[in-house]
Write a protein that binds this ligand. Structure first.
Ligand code: ATP
Length: 582
């Protein structure tokens, strides 16, 4: 997607409200310029009539100009209010749509693609970068369009009343409205980029410092972290200062342009007054109206200085929305029958960061429906990698994984993710209660099912002992639970899932030896009828799994030895003890 295409698409969808905002901004600008112009004309006319004679003063029509002044001021107040309302509503809708577009773009990335970004940086893209884009319409495009239209109207009035000044005023106004913001825009790019970058760095630094607070303290790294933080703050402050200086410079240029336009009116207008071609009150009205017109450029100027940050934000956002996802659904996805087997054939996988170091090389494995398989091997042997490939969180470079005889690449990812549930090593808990975390596994689950899952994960007794039971608040990322309790809660959530295949990566990590043995002994009952693949370092009691695949076994035949189910009925897996793969 090219630069700005994303915004253009969103703007197109919201054009009626954006057009209404511009129309209201124009009305505000015209009413403001009209108010000043009529006030100038009115006051000068009244003063001249009073100075001329008592009869002239009495004959002066007070009613029409004062009604116009009142009318313009009411229109200006009402239009300004409506413009703010419409403009902010339109902008909030734009930003909400942009945020959800960005979130959807993030969600479709594969975990490996997502891992390239720091999470604090992604938060910054979703928050401050999206917010920076409100500048684009609200503080630049709408004021610029309305100022140009107001300039057109004022030029027409000048061409009618004082043609000699119309060209000069229009030229100066155009220069002030277009040239000065363009210069500012160019100059503001670097500070704007620095503002957005340092905002992202600060967010990432705060998040990482909060998450790693204990380690930072224990490793006496606070000084180093603070120095890094101060540097980012310094960069942000310098960039904001540069932006403010540019804004002040821009305002100075606008004042100069206003002065030149007023001089042009005075120069030509006084001559016209002398020759009786222009009434003095009209001359005063034109002067003040022009002054009011140039005031409309102020917001354009402010918007232009903030545009650097907005453009940098746009680049950062489009860097995400334009990334092609690694994993795409086929045009016509196939649907494997429920209760199908998984078959791994000649699987070869190396991480792109280390293409010469395959993690899995020529792996064959059969996972019949309802079977339980342990993946073992030293740390780094590739157990988690295999689980990720089974869920198609990445594609192998060679070989296939078949599900019901269909290559995973030919299935829709949504189907795979509905049929398979993964308990990752770093499975997160979310801000909320025990219940809300469990319901992620199965939103329809009743209390009995929740307790059943908690008991199976060996957490039921603990939750029953809590005063609020299932409704106990567990804090952010489960901070109110011990590591082992948090792990068991994540495990209970997976057990609740209706998925027919459970991929469990170190489910007993953080559990004491007794609890681990209890959980493993209960696993066949807790997962009855489902296919289980268990990556583990734990000693497995007899009967827990039907086969074991040692991923780091030196003899390939030990890895490739096929599984022969003892019980052909897929819904009732064998409880046969022993290890088929070793
Ligand atoms: N994102 C990655 N980029 C590059 N290499 C990776 C990545 N993730 C894992 N690896 C490497 O792949 C190999 C297999 O890692 P994996 O996590 O699958 O091992 P594991 O058997 O699950 O280990 P553990 O028992 O410690 O969980 C390791 O050598 C690891 O360094």
């Amino acid at each position: 997607m090219g630069r700005g295409r994303l915004l253009a698409q969103i703007y197109r969808r919201h054009w009626p409200s954006l057009a209404a905002t511009v129309a209201l901004a124009l009305l505000t600008a015209l009413a403001g310029a009209g108010l000043l112009g009529v006030a100038g004309w009115f006051l000068t006319g009244a003063a001249l009539a009073g100075a001329a004679s008592a009869s002239a003063a009495q004959a002066f029509n007070l009613f029409a100009p004062s009604a116009l002044v009142r009318g313009f001021s009411f229109i200006r107040i009402g239009a300004r209010y409506a413009e703010r309302l419409a403009g902010h509503t339109a902008t909030l809708h734009l930003l909400a749509e942009l945020r959800s577009t960005l979130f959807r773009a993030l969600a479709r990335l594969s975990p490996r693609q997502l891992a390239r970004y720091r999470s604090g940086d992604l938060v910054a893209r979703l928050t401050s970068d999206v917010d920076a884009l409100d500048t684009l319409f609200l503080t630049l495009m709408a004021p610029l369009l309305s100022a140009l239209l107001a300039g057109l109207a004022m030029t027409a009035i000048l061409a009618w009343q004082l043609p000699a000044a119309a060209g000069a005023v229009a030229a100066v106004f155009l220069a002030a409205c277009l040239l000065v913001p363009a210069i500012l825009l160019h100059q503001a790019k670097a500070p704007g980029q620095a503002i957005q970058d340092s905002a992202a760095q600060l967010r990432a630094a705060v998040q990482e410092a909060t998450e790693g607070h204990a380690d930072i303290l224990s490793l006496a790294l606070s000084g180093h972290i603070l120095e890094h933080f101060d540097q980012a703050c310094g960069r942000a402050a310098r960039a904001r200062n540069a932006q403010a200086n540019l804004s002040a410079g821009g305002q100075g240029l606008i004042q100069a342009a206003t002065g030149i336009a007023l001089l042009a009116i005075l120069w030509t207008g006084l001559d016209a007054v002398d020759r009786g071609q222009l009434a003095p009150p009209v001359m005063a009205g034109l002067l003040l109206g022009t002054l009011g017109l140039f005031e409309t450029i102020g917001p354009v100027m402010r918007g232009a200085t903030r545009m650097g940050a907005a453009l940098a934000a746009l680049v950062r956002i489009e860097a995400i929305t334009s990334v092609e996802t690694d994993l795409r659904d086929p045009p016509a996805p196939r649907m494997p029958p429920a209760g199908s087997a998984l078959q791994v054939r000649g699987l070869h996988y190396a991480y792109p960061e280390a293409p010469d170091r395959p993690v899995l090389d020529g792996l064959d494995l059969d996972l019949p429906p309802g079977s339980r398989t342990a993946l073992t091997g030293a740390s780094g042997a590739g157990k988690s990698t295999l689980l990720h490939l089974l869920l198609r969180l990445d594609d192998p470079q060679a070989g296939h994984i078949f599900y019901g005889g269909i290559d995973l690449r030919a299935c829709a990812q949504a189907t795979l993710h509905a049929r398979m549930a993964l308990l990752a090593q770093d499975a997160p808990l979310f801000l909320g209660t025990i219940r809300t975390n469990l319901l992620i596994g199965d939103p329809q689950a009743d209390d009995a099912s929740l307790w059943h899952a908690l008991d199976a994960a060996r957490l039921g007794a603990f939750v029953r002992s809590l005063p609020h039971g299932l409704d106990t608040w567990i804090g952010e990322t489960g901070a109110c639970l011990s590591v082992g309790q948090a792990r068991r809660l994540a495990l209970a959530r997976i057990l609740l899932s209706p998925a027919e295949i459970l991929l469990l990566d170190e489910p007993t990590a953080g559990l004491d030896a007794d609890t681990e043995a209890e959980f493993l002994a209960d696993l066949p009952r807790a997962t009855r009828g489902r296919t289980v693949v268990l990556a583990t370092h734990a000693p497995l009691p007899p009967g827990v799994v039907d086969q074991t695949m040692a991923l780091d076994a030196p003899d390939p035949s030990r890895i490739r030895r096929p599984y022969t189910p003892a019980d052909p009925n897929p819904g009732r897996p064998s409880s046969r003890p022993g290890r088929a793969g070793r």
